[in-house]
Design a protein around this ligand. Sequence first.
Ligand SMILES: Cc1cc2nc3c(=O)[nH]c(=O)nc-3n(C[C@H](O)[C@H](O)[C@H](O)COP(=O)(O)OP(=O)(O)OC[C@H]3O[C@@H](n4cnc5c(N)ncnc54)[C@H](O)[C@@H]3O)c2cc1C
Length: 202
Amino acid sequence: MTEKIDTILTAAREHCAKVIKPNIDQWNENAKWPRDASDLAGAAGLTGLYCPEEFGGQGLSLGDGIRVYEELGMGDGAYAFTLSMHNICAYAACGFGTDTFKNTWAKDLIAGRKLANFALTEPQSGSDPANMHTRATVNDDGSYTVSGAKAWVSLATKTWLCLPFPPAPTDCPSGRSMTHRHTPSCPWLKCIWTMLLYQLRT
Ligand SMILES: Cc1cc2nc3c(=O)[nH]c(=O)nc-3n(C[C@H](O)[C@H](O)[C@H](O)COP(=O)(O)OP(=O)(O)OC[C@H]3O[C@@H](n4cnc5c(N)ncnc54)[C@H](O)[C@@H]3O)c2cc1C
């Protein structure tokens, strides 16, 4: 694992020096997501940091991921944050999605060909996720209907996959909101990751 993180850190340093730093002023001026740059990040192995190696991910720990974002953040913090968001959402989908989902989409997410984000914040609640109004209900056929409004969703028009965060039902064994206590044994959490995946195609 030491060798792997060293290789990835070197790739992150190179990406920062050759891709971010020379172009950041132009990106800010254009006020658009630099898709060419994130494609290069994907080619360098920076868009599947936590994802399972069997799908082409790096299988790194969350702590190692932070070291990667520190390197990228030397060039630009917002760019580093956005890749961190993609990485954690790609991990949620590729680590906990259904087998069908993983077999169909994991490689595209890990390669950065498709980007992912999350929608937690709502117009009335940012730091206070317990005040979320979004609800997910189980339909008769086992599918889910999600209703509510989200705000401040980074890359909202650019990502292919968005993970919405609704509160869990009050009888969820891991707590009222899935954002509070994550336990893999919680059936509701499993449902969230496997079912509440929807696409924001642009
Ligand atoms: C550039 C950007 C990108 C973002 N991207 C995303 C995204 O991709 N997905 C997403 O879901 N959200 C995103 N957000 C939203 C972000 O997570 C929220 O802005 C954040 O959670 C803060 O919530 P808020 O803006 O409602 O502020 P508030 O929660 O209203 O907080 C306002 C102020 O009150 C303080 N405060 C809050 N609660 C307490 C407390 N209990 N005690 C003391 N002080 C308190 C805060 O520190 C802050 O100073 C993004 C925000 C920005 C600015």
